[in-house]
Design a protein around this ligand. Structure first.
Ligand code: KIV
Length: 281
């Protein structure tokens, strides 16, 4: 079936108690596979910086990086809702910048909605982007773009104040018009409270099972990027050794001259070959 999933369907899933499935993708082949696998939502996340670009974190990812990768993913995704992640400093400087940059991700990248990190403090920004006609997904709990201010890539909402702040953040985003939110790295019982505190779907990553859906960084869950694997990731396969084995076999066959074999080449009849040889001699 070729039918783009709508925000309304995403929101209805919470009411119907149907768990939402979200994954990241950064290029066309993974966009196609996400589509074929039948996931609900594909996030072109700024995790791109780490798992594709080899950066230490997400801070250096630019609007141009995001647009380039969103474009490729969108070409593969007919059915899933495609979320474009707003990179650090594309929405933090002013509400005007935020609207312009959210618009660029949609117009130039082609994503269906945008995502940005932050709760109460960014509610006015979310409200302004939504008012401009661009659907927004929030992202609270551990917010990787500002991880250094949070003391590193750590679980959030440990004490009462921290936990209440996360619930306040969720409510502020809902009031601002966010259609859904990502909740990252919080204790499972707190995630359950957040989920019950808002009507919009809460999609967890490292937030336990009492949420409305799950998202994982695909390169983590398939073992393509293993420089650092967070505790909350389940690795469904280990694709890196499979690729390395293939690359090793290719290298060996080229070096020992067993690749390419005759069947991997194009033929030329003897007569044509002889004529060519005559002409060049
Ligand atoms: O950038 C990303 O991949 C994300 C996920 C961790 C939710 O924001």
């Amino acid at each position: 079936m070729n039918k783009k999933i709508t925000i309304q369907e995403i929101q209805r899933a919470k009411k119907d108690n149907r768990k939402l499935v979200m994954m990241t993708a950064y290029d066309y082949p993974f966009g196609l596979m996400a589509d074929e696998a039948g996931v609900d939502i594909v996030l072109v996340g700024d995790s791109l910086g780490m798992v594709v670009m080899g950066l230490e974190g997400t801070v250096a990812v630019t609007m141009e990086d995001m647009i380039h990768h969103i474009r490729a993913v969108v070409r593969g995704c007919r059915n899933p809702l495609v979320v474009g992640d707003m990179p650090f400093m594309s929405y933090n400087t002013s509400i005007r910048d935020a609207i312009i940059n959210a618009g660029r991700l949609m117009k130039e990248g082609g994503c269906d909605v945008v995502k940005l990190e932050g709760g109460v403090d960014f509610a006015p920004t979310v409200a302004a982007i939504v008012k401009a006609g661009i659907p927004v997904q929030g992202h609270i709990g551990l917010t990787p773009q500002t991880a250094s201010a949070l003391g590193g890539f750590k679980m959030q909402g440990k004490d009462v104040d921290g936990a209440v702040k996360i619930i306040d953040d969720a409510r502020a985003l809902e009031d601002a018009g966010a259609f859904s939110l990502i909740l990252e790295a919080v204790p499972a019982p707190l995630a359950g409270l957040v989920t019950d505190s808002v009507e919009i779907p809460v999609i967890g990553i490292g937030a336990g099972a009492e949420v409305d859906g799950q998202v994982l960084v695909t390169h983590d869950m398939i073992g393509l990027f293993d420089k650092f694997v967070p505790k909350f990731v389940k690795q469904y396969t280990q694709i890196r050794p499979v690729i390395l084995e293939a690359l090793g076999a290719y290298k060996q066959e080229v070096q020992e001259k067993s690749f390419p074999a005759a069947e991997h080449g194009f033929k030329m009849d003897e007569e044509t070959l002889e004529q060519v040889k005559k002409r060049i001699s």
